[in-house]
Design a protein around this ligand. Structure first.
Ligand code: AMP
Ligand code: MN
Ligand code: MN
Ligand code: MN
Length: 273
């Protein structure tokens, strides 16, 4: 329920992603590129006639309480005007941010990062930090992308520019207008204290959020995440957040299992019925 293609910062085209998912036994796949739905047509085309159902999705960058929080929208109508306009506005912000990131890297002695990142942006209409990270690896400024975030692109580093994302309730509303379900992506990855995480879940619930993702790779046990979901009335979602093959990251189809008897978000989708 959570994957990326070359239309954001994934390394496979939508068609390659679908074929990889099929070969790994995935029956229900959501493509959820960052702030972008243009890869969905190619994915749907590739899935036609194969033993897989494609869920149209998106992962929206939002701000809540000065934290960047990602909201996955599942089963969305990609032509919904408010969603279309909202995502376009985020991509415009990404363009402005990319220019500023490049200027800051330039001042730090790293030249050519804007065209460099653009070369790594694939089919994506907007540049993100992953594309800068790949440029920094390519130019041997760092050994790997984790290093690129730690040394240049992460919060407080020389290439960091505070993003301007829409507020969380706004994104949930766009997804609702598009007939979709909202999922709080990877709640264990925001480095929040327990109390602040509770505040986030409360804000997400009162915005009309539907589900939270569980994962086993973060700081919280998935059983604790399940308990939190129950407490706030959320369904559960699970996804690998697959961007491409690499060490230590789950491949497509390797998401955490949702415990038997718990409410899974895909039981409530129109797609696949
Ligand atoms: P952006 O939305 O442009 O700010 O970029 C965020 C994306 O960068 C995430 O979706 C991840 O794919 C990637 N990312 C974030 N932090 C790291 C990290 N520490 N190491 C590698 N990739 C990261
Ligand atoms: Mn990403
Ligand atoms: Mn994310
Ligand atoms: Mn993601």
């Amino acid at each position: 329920m959570h994957t990326h293609s070359t239309y954001s910062d994934g390394v496979f085209t939508p068609a390659q992603l679908v074929l990889r998912a099929v070969s790994r036994g995935v029956k229900l796949l959501a493509l959820t590129d960052h702030d972008e739905t243009d890869g969905l047509a190619e994915a749907a085309e590739a899935a036609r006639g194969l033993d897989i159902v494609l869920v149209p999705g998106v992962e929206i960058s939002t701000t809540w309480n000065n934290h960047t929080v990602h909201i996955v929208g599942l089963d969305i109508d990609v032509q919904s005007p408010r969603l279309v306009e909202g995502l376009a506005s985020i991509r415009r912000c990404r363009g402005e941010r990319a220019t500023r990131i490049a200027a800051q890297l330039d001042a730090a002695g790293i030249a050519g990062s804007l065209p460099g990142a653009a070369r790594h942006a694939g089919d994506s209409a907007a540049i993100g930090r992953s594309h800068f990270a790949r440029f920094l690896v390519e130019q041997k400024h760092v050994r790997n992308t984790t290093d690129a975030f730690r040394r240049y692109l992460g919060s407080g580093r020389v290439g960091y520019v505070a993003p301007v994302w829409p507020a969380l309730p706004q994104a949930v509303d766009w997804i609702r207008c598009a007939g979709g379900r909202s999922v709080l992506a990877h709640p264990d990855r925001y480095h929040l204290t327990r109390q602040v995480l509770h505040n986030l879940l409360e804000a997400f619930a009162s915005s009309g959020g539907d589900a939270i993702e569980i994962s086993a790779d973060g700081r919280f046990k998935s059983s604790a995440q399940v308990r939190l979901a129950r407490r706030f009335g959320f369904a559960l979602s699970s996804g690998s957040d697959f961007h491409g093959p690499g060490t230590n990251v789950p491949d497509v189809g390797e998401a955490t299992q949702i415990p038997v008897g718990e409410r899974a978000v895909w039981q409530e989708l129109r797609t696949g019925k």
